[in-house]
Design a binder for this molecule. Structure first.
Ligand SMILES: Cc1ncc(COP(=O)(O)O)c(C=O)c1O
Length: 436
């Protein structure tokens, strides 16, 4: 039965490839995996890594600058001695590449220790511009990183409203948001695709609604970014949150903040840095090595691009990234289809979020629970078969609770990215077929 499903997925794959673009080359998963040393490791390489939504592996384009920076350039940047110059170059390279990738300006990009910390600083800063009784809207679908900081504003006199999921599906309905927005809405905080429900939310429509009343839109793109290209201008968001360690990079949080929002935001850095926009939301110095290695993520995307589409050309970084994510998307849809179908078909299993196998509607992060078997038991069986995964609430505590689950046992999560293989999926399916 599993083989049949894989064959059906392969047929879909070919149809999808053909309809998408006749020019799209076949995805070379062997090349891609050869960029990640973890897959050649004698112990780690044996595992089917399906816990990518927690943290992905890193390619050598990220590892090499970490080694170089620690070996030779681990000094204070911005001076004129050789080691400092090289450190500055690495940091500037990262900021420029990240900005180009997101279609932002370099000084609209802030690096911080994590997304959770970035939202706390941002909330503190924005609060200065708001009055008591002004309103913010959060969901109960988000990771707590994009809820907690906003909810705490209730302690300072703000009104906090919740846009709640349908407890049967874990999905959000835009009609409910429309009824929550008022003239006093100052901000909506929304995940682009939840790390548990994985359904792509209609951020364009939300931007329109919140901007009509002069409010801001903060999008958490942490679990969306490994799977799709991001153009912050096209999204028309005010803030976009990103954690590089979920997207093949080092453990650092990155935050895009629209220039007009940044210029009016209260300065949270050292007082004498107020004129530097990129220091405005960075009270502490970031980890220079990690920031310096962050650009390696884009160097990796460019290597994938050159391998599949040939080097040279006059494309912008945004266009190159778009090509690369077309390839990734086809591969991810191919991988998730048999698993989505297997889980969605069963009456005793609840797959959280959309049941679509269309990659534009849901990311390949599959969180589910069984009416009969505890998530911890399913997890144990997967681990015994060397399938990397997790179970629980994944800090989407409010979502898992809204689904009526014990947040400790919670859901089992299998999350794929483009570098996974059919063998990984097949191994997980074999375990699920037996244990469920
Ligand atoms: C959707 C989502 N948002 C935010 C975060 C938090 O990121 P950080 O660890 O950088 O605070 C995570 C981490 O799992 C996440 O999955």
């Amino acid at each position: 039965m599993i083989r049949e499903r894989l064959t059906a997925a392969a047929v879909d794959y070919v149809a999808h490839m053909t309809s998408k673009s006749e020019l799209l080359p076949a995805f070379d998963v062997g090349f891609v995996r050869s960029q990640f040393p973890a897959f050649s490791h004698h112990e780690i390489g044996r595992w089917a890594h399906l816990e990518n939504a927690g943290g992905s592996y890193v390619p050598r384009q990220v590892i090499d600058p970490v080694t170089a920076l620690f070996s030779n350039h681990k000094t204070q940047p911005n001076w004129d001695f050789a080691a400092s110059l090289r450190a500055t170059e690495a940091i500037d390279h990262s900021r420029d590449l990240m900005a180009a990738t997101f279609n932002a300006q370099p000084d609209e990009i802030h690096f911080g220790p994590s997304t959770s910390q970035n939202t706390y600083v941002l909330a503190r800063s924005l609060r200065h511009g708001w009055n008591d009784g002004d309103e913010v809207i959060v969901t109960n679908q988000d990771h707590e990183a994009n809820i907690g900081a906003w909810r705490r504003l209730a302690e300072t006199g703000m009104v906090v409203k919740e846009w709640s999921v349908d407890p049967a599906t874990g999905m959000l309905d835009i009609a409910e948001l429309e009824s929550l927005i008022t003239e006093r809405t100052r901000l909506v905080a929304l995940t682009h695709a939840s790390n548990v429900a994985a359904t792509v939310n209609p951020v364009g429509k939300v931007a329109e609604l919140v901007h009509t009343v002069g409010g801001l839109l903060v999008i958490d793109g942490v679990s969306y970014a490994p799977h799709y290209p991001i153009d912050v201008k096209a999204l028309d968001c005010d803030v976009y949150l990103y954690s590089a360690y979920k997207t093949y990079g080092p453990h650092v949080g990155m935050m895009y903040t629209k220039r007009s929002v940044l210029e009016s935001a209260h300065h949270e850095g050292h007082f004498f840095n107020e004129s530097h926009l990129s220091a405005r939301l960075t009270p502490a110095g970031p980890d220079h090595v990690e920031v310096g290695a962050c650009g390696g993520v884009v160097d990796y995307y460019n290597a994938v691009h050159d391998h599949h589409f040939g080097g040279g050309g006059s494309q912008t970084q945004v266009e190159r990234i778009s090509d690369v994510f077309d390839l990734f998307g086809v591969q991810e849809q191919f991988l998730m289809t048999p698993l989505v179908e297997f889980l969605a078909d069963r009456d005793d299993v609840h797959l959280v979020g959309s049941r679509s196998t269309d990659h534009s509607k849901r990311a390949p992060t599959l969180a589910f629970h069984s009416g009969k078997v505890a998530s911890a038991r399913i997890y144990d069986a997967l681990i015994s078969a060397e399938v990397s995964c997790g179970h629980g609430n994944f800090y989407a505590h409010r979502l898992v609770t809204a689904l009526g689950l014990d947040p400790d046992d919670g859901v089992v999560r299998l999350s794929m990215v483009h570098y996974n293989t059919l063998e990984d999926v097949e191994r997980a399916l074999a375990v699920l077929d037996e244990i469920l």
